[in-house]
Design a binder for this molecule. Structure first.
Ligand code: NAI
Length: 253
C-alpha cells in the first residue's frame, strides 16, 4: 500500500485526492493549515507560507514515503506575495525538504493550473527563479524581478516549469515529478477566480463544457500520477480541463 502525503486535504481538490487515494488502499497523511475533512490516517498542521513551519512538519513526518501530492494553494485574490509563497515557494520547500525520505519509485505530483499555460512566454524568468536554492532566495528573487500579469498565474507557471525541469534529475534518485493542470473546478475558491479572472471568462468556459469540473474529476489523474502505473511519465504537465486548453491553443475559442 502506498504511503502518501497530501497537502490541501482539508478542502476541495485535496480532499478529493485524499479520498481517491484512501479508496485505492493508500495510507494518507494530510498537511494543511486546517483540519482535514477526509478520513485520513494522520494530520499535521502546517503553514506553507512559512519555511520554519514546513521544516518542523518535515521533521515530524519522518521517512518511507511513496508519494507527495502538493495540492494546497490560495487564489489570486490573496496578497501577491502570499500567493507566490504558498503556491510555489512553499510547495518547492516542502518537496525538496522531503528528498531522501522517499522510497525508490516515489512520485511527486504538483497541482498547477491551466492559468499557468503561458509559461513559455516567461521561460527565462522561470529558469532564473528555479535556480534560486531556498525559500528566502526565491522570495528575494520575486521581489527583485517584477513580472507581467498576476501573482497567481506567475506562481502556477513556475510550478509547471519547475515540474518539467525536475523530472530527469530526479530519475537518478528513483523519483519522478509530474503536474496536474486543472481548469476551473467547483471548490470554495471558484468565486475568487470569478473576481480575479473575470466572470465572463469563467462563464465562457462553463458554456463550452456545460459545467465546471468537480474535484472528483481531477482526483483520479493525480492518483494515477502518484501510482507506480505511471512509472514512465516524468516531468509532465497533465492538463485536466475537459478540453479547454486544446481549444484555446488551436484558436477555436
Ligand atoms: P480550496 O480552497 O478548496 O483548498 C485549498 C486548501 O489549501 C485548503 O484546505 C487550505 O486550507 C489549504 N491551504 C491554503 N493555504 C495554505 C497554507 N498557507 N498552508 C497550508 N495549507 C494551506 O481550493 P482548491 O480549489 O481545492 O485548490 C487546490 C489547488 O488546486 C490549488 O493549488 C489551486 O490553485 C488549484 N487549482 C484550483 C482550481 C479551481 O478552479 N478550484 C483550478 C486550477 C487549479
Amino acid at each position: 500500500d502506498l504511503r502518501c502525503i497530501v497537502t490541501g486535504a482539508a478542502s476541495g481538490i485535496g480532499h478529493a485526492v485524499a479520498e481517491q487515494l484512501l479508496k485505492g488502499g493508500a495510507e494518507v497523511t494530510s498537511l494543511d493549515r486546517n483540519e482535514p475533512s477526509a478520513s485520513v490516517q494522520r494530520h499535521l498542521t502546517v503553514d506553507l507560507a512559512d519555511p520554519d513551519s514546513i521544516d518542523t512538519c518535515v521533521h515530524e513526518l519522518g521517512g518511507g514515503w511513496d508519494a507527495l501530492i502538493n495540492v494546497a494553494g490560495v487564489p489570486g485574490t490573496a496578497p501577491a506575495e502570499l500567493v507566490f509563497k504558498v503556491n510555489f515557494l512553499g510547495l518547492r520547500h516542502l518537496t525538496e525538504s522531503l528528498f531522501g525520505r522517499f522510497n525508490t519509485g516515489g512520485a511527486i505530483v504538483n497541482v498547477s493550473s491551466t492559468a499557468g499555460f503561458q509559461w513559455s512566454e516567461r521561460l527565462g524568468q522561470h529558469r532564473d527563479l528555479i535556480t534560486t536554492d531556498s525559500f528566502h532566495a526565491g522570495l528575494q528573487w520575486y521581489r527583485d524581478n517584477p513580472h507581467d500579469g498576476n501573482a497567481y498565474n506567475f506562481a502556477k507557471e513556475a510550478v509547471t516549469v519547475y515540474t518539467m525541469a525536475m523530472g530527469t534529475g530526479l530519475a537518478a534518485e528513483g523519483l519522478r515529478m509530474n503536474a496536474v493542470l486543472p481548469g476551473p473546478v467547483n471548490t470554495p475558491i471558484l468565486p475568487d477566480f470569478e473576481t480575479s479572472m473575470g466572470k465572463d471568462t469563467l462563464d465562457g468556459v462553463k458554456f463550452l463544457l456545460g459545467r465546471h469540473a468537480e474535484p472528483d474529476d481531477i482526483a483520479p489523474a493525480a492518483a494515477f500520477l502518484a501510482s507506480p502505473e505511471s512509472r514512465w511519465i516524468n516531468g509532465h504537465p497533465l492538463v485536466v480541463d475537459g478540453g479547454i486548453t486544446g481549444a484555446v491553443l488551436t484558436g477555436l475559442v
